[in-house]
Design a protein around this ligand. Structure first.
Ligand code: R5P
Length: 297
């Protein structure tokens, strides 16, 4: 088994290599003067199985294009089986046509990925199960929840009287319920509304039981930070104590910074998307390479 990665995913590829012993294949990635990519895999992959690790985060379109070109190059270099490991699947929040005239963007991207010589896909914490239905080829979703559970067991002293899991919206009920079940905690739901035009978020309900209680929030991603910042303000403003939040992805640095500036007590994210010089006393970054290693060993 060989590991390939685009230019923004080398760190994660090295981590997976350390855990599995599979080598990371050298790739030259440069650009033509007009900005188009010029890619070359520097070793033959003849008869080899290979994985391509590419989180399609910032710069989104560069990472998408690198995935396309790497898959084609791997096939032409002789790979006999190609597995695409895509921790952050770009466009996945656009899993529906929300307003007339919009494209079904996530399905467009999935169709393009499926047209490549990729045999199967491994995704991490997809935004919604609709996305899995858009795939025709084998696709598996893995989850960061076991990492979150492990972190909680090792770092928080929780009990079912003082701690609750809070689901911020309908979309997060499934993920939040799974975590609540693993932790044997009760779950409370918020009612979040987002204005499709302005993106503005409002929470319209505060479960009274959360007064003077500690709260665990789990969500798939933050972009502007609005969802979490508003949630934390709403909770703290109504008398909740500790707010500890778990996210699989932070798709923008600005959103991440906004969440860290809020009254949140702890933010725990994963290294599925990396940022340089990311350090903050409220922030913990969990390593997902063990989850990927488990899938490919
Ligand atoms: C919602 O469905 C998502 O799971 C996130 O809660 C949300 O969209 C994050 O976006 P933002 O950080 O911009 O509020």
């Amino acid at each position: 088994m060989k590991i390939l990665a685009g230019s923004h995913n080398g760190y994660l590829a090295q981590k997976v290599s350390q855990k599995t012993g599979f080598s990371v294949i050298p790739i030259s990635i440069s650009r033509f003067p007009n900005g188009e990519y010029k890619i070359q895999i520097k070793e033959s992959l003849s008869g080899q199985k290979c994985i391509i690790i590419n989180s399609m985060s910032h710069p989104t379109h560069d990472n998408i294009m690198q995935m396309f070109l790497l898959a084609d190059a791997a096939k032409r270099s002789g790979a006999k089986k190609i597995t695409a490991i895509v921790p952050w699947l770009a466009y996945s929040p656009q899993d529906k046509v929300f307003r007339q005239g919009e494209p079904l963007s996530s399905k467009v991207l999935v169709s393009l990925l499926e047209s490549l010589p990729i045999n199967n896909f491994i995704l991490l914490d997809v935004h919604s199960s609709l996305i899995l239905d858009y795939f025709q080829k084998p696709v598996k979703e893995i989850s960061a929840l076991p990492l979150f559970q492990e972190y909680i067991n090792q770092n928080l002293t929780i009990n079912s009287v003082d701690w609750y899991v809070v689901a911020l919206d309908k979309g997060s009920i499934k993920r939040s319920s799974r975590l609540a079940k693993l932790l044997k905690l009760e779950i409370k739901n918020f009612n979040k509304k987002r204005d499709q035009e302005t993106g503005e978020i409002t929470y319209t309900r505060f479960p009274e039981e959360l007064q003077n209680k500690n709260v665990i929030i789990v969500d798939d991603y933050t972009s502007t930070g609005g969802t979490l910042v508003q949630a934390v303000e709403h909770l703290k403003g109504n008398g909740a104590r500790e707010c500890v939040c778990f996210l699989t992805y932070c798709v923008s640095r600005e959103g991440l910074d906004a969440v860290l500036k809020s009254r949140i007590n702890q933010l725990i994210i994963t290294n599925s998307i990396t940022y340089p010089d990311l350090k903050h006393d409220k922030l913990t970054i969990l390593d997902i390479s063990s989850l990927i290693a488990q899938e490919i060993l």
